[in-house]
Design a protein around this ligand. Structure first.
Ligand SMILES: CC(C)(O)[C@@H](O)C(=O)O
Ligand code: FES
Ligand SMILES: [Mg+2]
Length: 560
């Protein structure tokens, strides 16, 4: 089989002379037309620290492709920065950007009949966006993560961007002054890299490593360390070999690979967004995966790592302690990982983990020994009930009791909710409802990091619940339930909540309940009017029209 299986339609034969003429202009010589053409989807961008280091990785990947006998072709993909758009109308574009990235990579790679693709990304949506494209394309592919930011330092504490969000809550609660807020702001982000705790970007990079779509150890390296750039070049060599062997995403991203990713996400204490993104990737590759699968796996997998947001350490410290392979080895020896799952290297997971010890190294407590986990079960629980008949995702790490029944404080947007918290209007025992922030309603499921951090900053993390049809940041923790489906904009029960109704969140019973009679709910349902769409033109309007329920991954090509 030729290595240029796909690209030969643009490079071979008399009729393709004009195509070759153009390729000559971008650097192809006579001997290059029989080589595989490898797309390098470069998410480089100076709009955010998460992506500002990617250009170097892309250049190293180019070298790696060339040295391995392929022809690299670089193209740009977009990103937005969740951390910078957070709390603004712009954040509605965040989840939308996942689809834009997926569509862009699919468009270029299929439009130019590329033989393989190496995708490089940093910020949260880059990982699922690229992987959705890879799933649709089903051509040999590898993901290269831009790497995590190093922690900032202030007052003997390690800082991340979430420290800055929490400082806003502390400033409003009066526990810190302006000078301290400024000091946190100045020190939180010391350089390039994705947000440093086990937040969404680091969660998704870890998930892709667990799925065999990235090289081992590569998902927790610091963006600025030399090993990161080295691994980009190695990834390119691995990819060119995978093109020769025709190792395809559908052979790697199997049901087993998804189960492995979910186990790892639970063990590291990862972001709720992983639920949404893995459902979307599964839809793209054609693997059956439902919300219930997350709950089944959660019940058997312990949280092994003490990582932020609710824990103590950042991702560079996980890397020093042995990284994702160490966590995977522990899961493997306890039958919580499928060792026979294939990776892009051509080797299985078990083969790659063969030399790793069964217990984490001594002298560190980032990865706990197997018999001393942080939590005996996973921290992402799937709740159901009359408030979420399709399901909702709760994050239950960092709270004393994952249970609350209290009066509803209802907000029709994130902004109104944040203002009430900062004004001291939310009291212990309340259950905050933020609605019409769902996939269609927002649209785009904004992440409620500012309100949830303000609750933590006000010292109410254990005593106030928050539910939303929007999403959370990977930096969120507390008694929080997101992705409530069906969402308010399509008439889900969350739209029917009235101020002062009581709501029960009970993660042990996996229940999300509005304590109002069925008759009363029926009466309210009959009076409910769908809201007029917030956007009539442009991408947000198109997105709101197409997007599916969050319980199906908020995808835009479900019924196509
Ligand atoms: C700003 C953050 C922390 O990156 C957030 O967007 C997340 O989802 O983790
Ligand atoms: S804002 Fe990009 S990873 Fe956090
Ligand atoms: Mg995010």
């Amino acid at each position: 089989m030729p290595d240029n299986l796909r690209s030969r339609v643009v490079t071979q034969g008399v009729q393709r002379s004009p195509n070759r003429a153009m390729l000559r202009a971008v650097g192809f010589g006579d001997e290059d037309f029989n080589k595989p053409i490898v797309g390098i989807a470069n998410g480089y961008s100076t709009i955010t620290p998460c992506n500002m280091g990617l250009d170097l990785l892309a250049k190293r990947a180019e070298t790696g492709v060339r040295d391995a006998g392929g022809m690299p072709q670089m193209f740009g993909t977009i990103t937005i920065s969740d951390g910078i758009s957070m709390g603004t109308e712009g954040m509605k574009y965040s989840l939308v950007s996942r689809e834009v990235i997926a569509d862009a990579i699919e468009t270029v790679c299929n439009g130019q009949s590329m033989d393989g693709v190496l995708a490089i990304g940093g910020c949260d949506k880059n990982m699922p966006g690229a992987t959705i494209a890879i799933a649709r394309l089903n051509i040999p592919a590898i993901f290269v993560y831009g790497g995590t930011i190093k922690p900032g330092h202030y007052n003997n504490c390690d800082l991340t961007i979430v420290s800055a969000f929490e400082a806003v809550g502390q400033r409003s609660a009066g526990t810190i002054d302006d000078d301290e807020l400024l000091a946190v702001e100045r020190n939180a982000c010391p350089g390039a890299g994705s947000c440093g705790g086990m937040y969404t970007a680091n969660t998704m990079s870890s998930a892709l490593e667990a799925m065999g779509m990235s090289l081992m150890y590569s998902s927790t390296m610091a963006a600025e360390d030399a090993e990161k750039a080295d691994s980009a070049e190695q990834s390119a060599a691995v990819l060119v070999e995978a093109i020769r062997q025709q190792i395809l995403p559908r052979q790697i991203m199997t049901r087993k690979a998804f189960e492995n990713a979910i186990s790892v996400i639970m063990a590291v204490g990862g972001s709720t967004n992983a639920v949404l993104h893995l459902l979307a990737i599964a839809n793209a590759i054609g693997v059956e995966l439902t919300l219930d699968d997350f709950e089944t796996i959660r019940q058997r997998v312990p949280v092994l790592c003490d990582l932020k947001p609710s824990g103590r350490y950042v991702t560079t410290q996980l890397h020093q302690a042995g990284g994702i392979p160490q966590v995977m080895k522990m899961l493997l020896v306890h039958d919580l990982l499928h060792g026979d799952a294939l990776t892009i290297t051509g080797q299985t997971i078990a083969e790659l983990l063969a030399d790793i010890p069964e217990e984490p190294p001594q002298g560190q407590d980032v990865i706990r020994p197997w018999n001393q986990p942080m939590y005996a079960q996973g921290h992402l629980a799937i709740l159901k009930g009359n408030l979420a008949s399709e399901g909702a995702v709760a994050k239950i790490s960092g709270v004393k009791k994952p249970q609350i029944t209290g009066p509803a404080k209802v907000f029709e947007s994130e902004e109104d909710c944040l203002a009430a918290i900062l004004d001291g209007k939310i009291k212990a025992g309340d259950v905050v409802v933020v609605r019409y922030e769902g996939p269609k309603g927002g649209p785009g499921m904004r992440e409620m990091l500012a309100p949830t951090s303000a609750i933590i900053g006000a010292g109410l993390g254990d005593s106030v619940g928050l539910i939303t049809d929007g999403r959370f940041s990977g930096g969120t923790y507390g008694l929080v339930v997101g992705h409530v489906a069906p969402e308010a904009a399509v008439g889900g029960a969350i739209a029917l909540v009235e101020e002062g109704d009581t709501i029960t969140i009970d993660a042990q019973q996996r229940l999300l309940q509005l304590n109002v009679s069925e008759e009363e709910l029926e009466r309210r349902r009959a009076n409910w009017q769908p809201p007029t769409p917030r956007y009539r033109k442009g991408i947000l309007a198109k997105y709101a029209k197409l997007v599916s329920s969050s319980s199906l991954g908020a995808v835009t090509d479900l019924d196509c």
